[in-house]
Design a protein around this ligand. Structure first.
Ligand SMILES: *Cc1c(COP(=O)(O)O)cnc(C)c1O
Length: 431
């Protein structure tokens, strides 16, 4: 019987008896693995035996992370990569290699929206920024014949917009294309996109998943449910010589890996040849971080809600974005889909001059002032001038990132200390 979530985050993907009974997963600091004999080398290369060859494409410590996150998300498989951006890039290449379009949301992490506009088109992959992502009934009209996927964030960074993922997934599936969800901010503790129809989930494990701001890592999870046999995605059915059987007969990804064709193709094509491999040391830190995922996200959600309520009542604040607030436009979606809290991310509008905002930010003592999120420590940043500074004014308006927006990622500190820190900074700014 499968364990429940809070047991899985401690046990999934790791069996001590297979590792000299080590309780904490060992760090396999090795680049390569001996073949037992020549037959074993043949078997590994024709996939008739499972095992490790070379750490760029697989490592036992990294595998614990992959299997654990796949279990937490209810996916059929996962692949860990060196960063969230590598996960997004490889997932996009994997659905749209050879060229095509991806329909996406205006509410995106700056590191995604910028290359979607500037870099991917140079590889023949064009992104359409939807006008109707919050109104999925109208979304269908934006899908073109060569649209290969829809890409959205479950809780958007920085303005915490929620989307009706179930309705968006239904539109994608009606058109035979997968829905990719960046679930970085929510983590599987708050939201499990596959249960809402997503086919591919991507993560920056740098953020809440690992939770201590000490590594850069990413993951791709697949549901195992999407129909990759479709003629829109011929590469999954094409015969590849690298997938040959023991008699040398070429096979397809779907022949050899029917339940995990997507992440295996990422592994054997993109990880193998583009090489954004996660270090086993960093995989270990991510695994240890996930052990406390539920407690961290619960406390961060509680702290974020109190900060949002404090800010809502502050006369120097002209808006607060947090889906857990009763008057948030996303409150109905929040209560429908998020049973464990709304997470640590929130944003507010600083109602003052640019000079006052500078005094405010320079006066903050307890919050760290930098670009990360999801850390055990609380963080604050002026996103439109930093993490989303690549967007021009029109793009910032479309992305709903007003120039006075300030983003907070609530950590695990005492809430009274956090509120007192904001209050003393407001006092200095409006002295
Ligand atoms: C940080 C982040 C990424 C990129 O992840 P890295 O690990 O920094 O490469 C992608 N998506 C979202 C929502 C993020 O917050």
């Amino acid at each position: 019987m499968a364990y429940n979530f809070d047991t899985q985050r401690l046990r999934a993907g790791y069996e001590p008896s297979e590792h000299k009974y080590a309780v904490s997963p060992p760090i396999y600091a090795t680049a390569s693995y001996d073949f037992r004999d020549v037959e074993n080398s043949r078997n590994l290369f024709n996939f008739s035996e499972a095992g490790y060859l070379y750490t760029r494409i697989g490592n036992p410590t990294v595998a614990v992370l992959e299997e654990r996150v796949a279990a937490l998300d209810g996916g059929s498989g996962a692949i860990a990569l060196a960063s969230g951006m590598a996960a997004i890039t490889y997932a996009v290449f994997n659905v749209a290699e050879g060229g095509g379009r991806v329909l996406t949301s205006p509410y995106l992490y700056g590191g995604s929206s910028d290359p979607f506009r500037k870099i991917f088109p140079r590889f023949g992959i064009d992104f359409d920024f939807s006008q109707n992502i919050s109104n999925p009934k109208l979304l269908e009209a934006e899908i073109k014949p060569d649209t290969k996927a829809i890409f959205v964030e479950s809780i958007s960074n920085p303005n915490t917009t929620l989307l009706d993922i179930d309705a968006i997934a239904a539109v994608a599936h009606k058109h035979g294309i997968p829905l990719i969800v960046d679930n970085t901010v929510a983590t599987p503790y708050l939201y499990r996109p596959i249960e809402h129809g997503a086919d591919i989930v991507v993560y920056s494990a740098t953020k809440g998943l690992s939770g201590h701001g000490n590594i850069i890592a990413g993951l791709i999870v697949e549901s195992g449910k999407f129909n990759w046999k479709s003629e829109k995605f011929p590469v999954f059915s094409e015969k590849y010589y690298t997938l040959r059987d023991k008699d040398g007969v070429a096979r397809s990804y779907l022949d050899v890996f029917p339940t995990i064709p997507f992440t295996t193709k990422v592994r054997l094509d993109y990880l193998n040849y583009f090489g954004a491999a996660l270090s086993p040391f960093d995989a270990y830190l991510a695994v240890i971080g996930i052990e406390t995922l539920s407690e961290r996200l619960s406390k961060q959600s509680a702290n974020a809600l109190k900060l949002a309520e404090y800010l809502e009542a502050n006369k120097h604040v002209n808006f607060v974005r947090y889906p857990g607030l009763k008057n948030s436009p996303d409150y109905a979606l929040y209560t429908r889909d998020y049973k464990n809290g709304a997470g640590g991310l929130l944003a507010f509008g600083f109602d003052g001059s640019d000079a006052q905002k500078e005094v405010f930010l320079n006066s903050i003592k307890l919050f760290h002032f930098h670009v990360n999120i999801g850390d055990a420590r609380s963080l604050i940043v002026n996103s439109p001038q930093t993490t989303h500074g690549e967007l021009n004014a029109e793009q910032q308006a479309e992305a709903d990132i007003p120039a006075n927006l300030i983003r907070i990622s609530a950590g695990l500190e005492d809430i009274d200390d956090l509120i007192a820190d904001l209050q003393q900074a407001f006092n200095k700014a409006f002295d």
